[in-house]
Design a protein around this ligand. Structure first.
Ligand code: MOS
Length: 744
């Protein structure tokens, strides 16, 4: 088993774009210097349901600097929107909300008008002069009050093979017959992605049929496709640029109405338009992790073998679109249990549509499952780690397939050792330090393996430098750094001579950065492209007479090709090109999955061990120490991987202890819509974190043996914290976040 950390991996690269990021020269979407720019401000509805009766925009239109006030009354229209009325039933996920389309209001915060002016200040002032009359209808935004209306999603009813169909294996009565039973309900509130950089767009039309957008998103190619479809343009006539992203966590996976609104305004005015969402608008414009209630029933034998798991999850979505997530799916695959039944329901409310947020579904589902496992271990008087080991799934119990690779047991072992789990006294409230109650908790994690077809271009130029390109993204993990490392190792060229281009829709096709798929997908494409480039370079070298380069002996190192038997001989790569009178050598390759997906079940696995201190007086919880261990196949670059794991833990701390979007249901409006009221972890909340990787290549998943890391970093963290809080205090909190009033 390989175990490394930063100290033992001295080759780990610093971020290739670290300098521009910290010195402020990196250009983010709102910062592009586009000439003749007009500034837009959105006006959003103050009611949750009903219709717009009138918009009084006269004062705004006459206000200094104002170029236009745009609404459904005068929108140039989005040609790709369906011509019919808004559908009577919720549309499948991914169906765009139609901005400035008609007078209907579907949620509080819906964009209803937009002011465009010469300056932002003028636009803001004019926006304050607009009055809108509404006809108010009764809205339903309260999840708990409406829970009885939840149902199987329409899209699931219509799709027999949907994974969200009711699922069962084994005996449905197994739970009733179990020797020991746990039944509980777990709730997570709505949580919002809070990237440092708010969403922003600059839309530029070049003539009638060419569009360029600088847009904060997680997928330039999918945004290109979406905008081309919406505005009925040839794909190649839409350019999407998103080179630097200040965090996204899922909020940038889709093209949201505000981006379309900016494109509409630019079209109407025939000049570039910039729109930046303020923090308040981030709560209603770009999705969120949905409010979710889960019922779990677990049965086990007295000696600690799982005999039944029933898991029912209900999530919220909007009235106009379904959003489904993996909430109950992990329960089918995580443990060796013969009798498992799951149900998934949706509740449509008069709110905006949720979206994926880091570890979507799994972070939610594993909070419930891993809390319930802890409750069962306690009931059985078995150590929580031992209980999980006893029920380890050696093969995938859902699909009856072997795992492509699974080193979860090693994760448990490495994590427990590093954490000193053996020092845990079993009884709650039995450990104390400096007047604080001490709790040790742990949880497992998993995340499915996602790989999408991806292309990469690799170019070696006579100067000795390499450019690798792919229309992939970097929302924070350090994509360019990892890809540089892959290219450097294969091509034998130092990282400093390699440039990796991303975030531009004109580059070779690649998926967006989501579902922890970038390294598995684009990393593989970069790998095969660089291998192909290397083969080409070696062949060119072997054709040069007098060098005596032997095909089975040749290697590249430090920019030279030579025979392994004679490191002093050979030729520099630049001279190979010179000899052949070439300026550059270029390849473009594609990499994608094959039949292996049907032969193996593919997941990343991991676990978290967490120590909390809880004040017996105030109920304040401090996460003192985290040991996180993951098996994500081969680690490409330790330094950036570790940083990604720490980010996931920070997100998990927020999920467990702080984050909740609170709505005033009288108005269907969030009252937490800034950082004063929506709390996220700061440095003081994120203490010692040890990150361990098993770092064994998974030879079945792709040519680089590497699985995804971004999402598994957060999955299970909230449960590990809740379990530690229970161990510290004896109080089981089943509704997140675990705030002080729940502990005193
Ligand atoms: Mo992730 S929620 O797929 O950005």
């Amino acid at each position: 088993m390989v175990q490394k950390d930063l100290q033992t991996e001295p080759e780990s690269l610093d971020r290739v774009d670290g300098r521009p990021k910290v010195t402020g020269t990196a250009t983010y979407s709102a910062e592009y210097a586009v000439g003749n720019l007009a500034h837009a401000v959105l006006i959003t509805s103050t009611i949750a349901k009903g219709r717009i009766k009138n918009i009084n925009a006269k004062a705004a239109e006459e206000s200094p600097g104002v170029l236009a006030v745009i609404s459904h009354l005068n929108s140039p229209g989005v040609p790709g929107y369906p011509p019919a009325k808004q559908p009577a039933e919720p549309a499948p996920v991914g169906t765009a909300f139609r901005v400035f389309y008609d007078e209907l209001i579907c949620f509080n915060g819906q964009p209803v008008a937009m002011v465009v002016a010469e300056t932002l200040e003028q636009a803001n002032h004019a926006a304050s002069l607009i009055t809108i009359g509404y006809e108010i209808a009764t809205h339903q935004t309260d999840f708990e009050a409406n829970l009885s209306k939840s149902a199987v999603a329409l899209s699931v009813q219509r799709s027999k093979n949907s994974p969200f169909q009711d699922y069962g294996r084994g005996n449905p009565e197994a739970f009733d017959a179990a020797e020991v039973k746990i039944e509980a309900t777990y709730t997570i509130p709505t949580q919002h992605h809070q990237p440092m950089e708010p969403h922003a767009v600059i839309a530029v039309w070049e003539g009638e049929d060419k569009l360029t957008v600088y847009d904060k998103n997680q997928g330039v190619k999918s945004a290109q496709g979406n905008l081309a479809q919406a505005f009925k343009l040839a794909r190649e006539n839409v350019k999407v640029n998103a080179q630097f992203i200040g965090g996204a966590f899922g909020s940038g996976i889709r093209v949201w109405p505000h981006t379309v609104a900016a494109v509409l305004a630019a079209k109407k005015l025939k000049r570039p338009v910039k729109l930046v969402l303020g923090r308040e608008l981030m709560f209603t414009s770009v999705g969120y992790r949905p409010y979710t209630v889960q019922k779990i029933a677990i049965g086990a034998s007295k000696n600690g073998i799982l005999t039944a798991m029933n898991h029912e999850g209900t999530g919220q979505t909007s009235a106009y679109e379904e959003h489904l997530e993996r909430t109950i799916l992990a329960t089918r695959a995580m443990y060796a249990c013969p009798n498992v039944f799951t149900k998934y329901r949706l509740l449509n409310l008069d709110v905006n549509t949720p979206t994926w947020m880091r570890g979507p579904g799994d972070a939610t589902g594993m909070f419930a499952l891993e809390s319930a496992l802890d409750e069962m271990a306690f009931a059985l008087h078995i150590d929580p780690l031992e209980f999980r080991l006893q029920n380890h799934a050696d093969t995938d119990p859902e699909r009856n397939l072997p795992w492509s690779a699974k080193s979860l047991k090693e994760c448990y072992q490495l994590g427990a050792e590093k954490f000193s789990w053996k020092n845990r006294l079993p009884a709650p409230r039995s450990m104390q330090k400096d007047g604080m109650l001490v709790g040790y908790g742990m949880a497992s994690s998993l995340y499915g393996f996602h790989r999408h077809p991806s292309k990469a271009r690799a170019v070696f130029s006579r100067k000795g430098s390499v450019v690798v390109q792919s229309a992939t993204m970097d929302i924070g993990p350090g994509t360019g750094t990892a890809m540089t490392r892959i290219a450097s190792k294969i091509l034998g060229v130092s990282p400093g001579k390699i440039r990796f281009d991303l975030g531009d829709s004109s580059l070779p096709d690649a998926p967006g950065q989501n579902g922890s798929s970038t390294i598995p997908s684009v990393g593989s494409a970069v790998h095969v492209a660089c291998e192909a480039l290397k083969t080409k370079l070696l062949k060119l070298a072997s054709e040069i007479p007098g060098l005596n380069l032997q095909p089975d002996q040749m290697t590249i190192k430090n920019g030279r090709i030579f025979n392994l038997t004679d490191a002093s001989g050979g030729i520099s790569l630049s001279d190979v090109l010179k000899y052949h009178n070439l300026e550059q050598v270029e390849v473009t390759e594609e990499s994608k999955s094959g039949a292996e997906r049907d032969q193996y079940s593919m997941y990343s696995f991991g676990c978290h061990f967490i120590e909390v201190h809880v004040s017996p007086l105030t109920g304040e919880v401090r996460v003192k120490r985290v040991v996180t261990c993951a098996d994500v196949g081969k680690i490409i670059n330790y330094k950036t991987a570790r940083s990604q794991s720490i980010g996931g833990i920070a997100g998990g701390i927020g999920m467990a202890l702080m984050e909740a979007s609170v709505m005033d249901h009288r108005f269907g409006r969030y009252i937490t819509n800034d950082f004063a009221s929506y709390h996220i972890p700061v440095y003081a909340d994120v203490r010692q974190i040890d990150v361990i990787y098993v770092d064994k290549p998974d030879v079945h998943v792709n040519p680089i043996g590497s699985k995804g890391l971004g999402e598994i970093a957060i999955v299970g963290v909230a449960a590990a914290i809740a379990n530690a809080v229970f161990h510290a205090t004896g109080k089981r909190v089943r509704d997140l976040p675990i705030t002080v009033e729940k502990l005193i």
